[in-house]
Design a binder for this molecule. Structure first.
Ligand code: EPU
Length: 287
């Protein structure tokens, strides 16, 4: 490994919720070649592994993870621009890509300005704001390493994007690069749209506490946040985990939450909504 390797690394340092036990081994590959070598070594030794990005939509339990966690953030983060196409490494941070795009007068990534995800992580879950603006609209191609170490390219269509989901959630592979197709526009207009979206986010979401974004997907033709608010669950607590008073579809870590506190609170809210409305909310946060 040319990158970094850490033993018994607390994963709470690698998730936005700031919870999660240790990874037996955490590796941060230096580049794609390094990642290929790591995967082929792990395959040859029959060692299981998972890949994570910036951990912004991830809940890791207090026992941590056995095997190897490959962190694709910090490295593999190139951003290359050619006309209206951006090539971004899976480890690049989305708002950084958005900023580069806006400087070049490229529009389409504005919605991602406030999503602290990696390009890879956001593509896996088809991150977005609401159901309209999401990654699927601007992704042109996705390059991956398969579980057997082969490099493959998927077209937008082959990614099977749906609301907060894609083929990459079920398939054993690691995204290494995403190609975006954007549109030329006035940089001033792009910047003002970004400003507007960020201020909307600041006023409606609890960004001053560790959180993992929205906990549940919106059910068809309604909003998880609206339902959880209506049922009176805002402010509900288990240990250090609390349903945000600002946005009911957020759970915040008030400082000393365990992963179990958060899991218990998620289940409690989910049961409450099922009992009250007969709707089974689907989790957006990955366990
Ligand atoms: N609402 C309430 N109470 C609340 C929160 C919301 O009544 O506590 C109502 C609002 O008044 C509004 C409706 O619910 O009428 C929807 O709320 P909001 O506009 O905040 O949008 P959302 O559907 O809850 C979606 C995305 C967010 C994204 C915002 C940006 C999903 C599950 N959520 O939230 O994405 O930031 O739009 O406007 O699609 C995420 O995916 O992690 C995430 C946070």
């Amino acid at each position: 490994v040319k990158g970094e390797t850490r033993l018994n690394e607390p994963l709470k340092f690698h998730t936005s919720f700031r919870v999660g036990g240790p990874a037996e081994v955490l590796v941060i590959p230096q580049d794609v070649q390094d990642l290929k070598r790591i995967i082929s070594y792990l395959n040859s030794q029959n060692i299981k592994y998972i890949a994570i990005g910036n951990g912004t939509n991830l809940l890791i339990n207090d026992d941590g993870l056995s095997g190897v966690v490959i962190k694709i953030a910090g490295n593999i983060n190139h951003i290359k621009i050619d006309e209206d196409i951006i090539y971004a490494g899976a480890g690049a941070i989305l708002p950084t890509v958005t900023k580069r795009a806006s400087q070049q007068g490229l529009s389409g990534l504005e919605f991602a300005a406030g999503l602290p995800a990696t390009v890879g992580g956001a593509t896996v879950m088809n991150a977005g704001i609401g159901s309209l603006n999401d990654m699927s609209e601007i992704v042109r191609k996705v390059r991956i390493i398969s579980s057997t170490g082969e490099l493959k390219v998927f077209s937008q269509k082959e990614c099977k994007f749906e609301y907060r989901s894609s083929r990459f959630q079920v398939e054993d592979c690691i995204i290494i690069e995403v190609e975006f197709k954007l549109k030329h526009a006035d940089p001033k207009e792009i910047k003002s749209k970004i400003k507007e979206l960020i201020s909307k986010r600041k006023s409606s979401q609890p960004l001053n506490f560790p959180n993992a974004g929205c906990i549940f997907k919106n059910p068809e033709s309604d909003y998880a946040g609206r339902l959880i608010d209506e049922v009176g669950a805002k402010g509900m607590r288990i240990g250090g985990a609390k349903v945000s008073e600002k946005h009911a579809n957020f759970i915040v870590n008030t400082g000393d939450a365990t992963a179990q506190n958060i899991i218990d609170l998620i289940n409690k809210v989910q049961n409450l909504i099922t009992k009250e409305y007969g709707i089974e909310l689907e989790k957006e946060v990955k366990f």
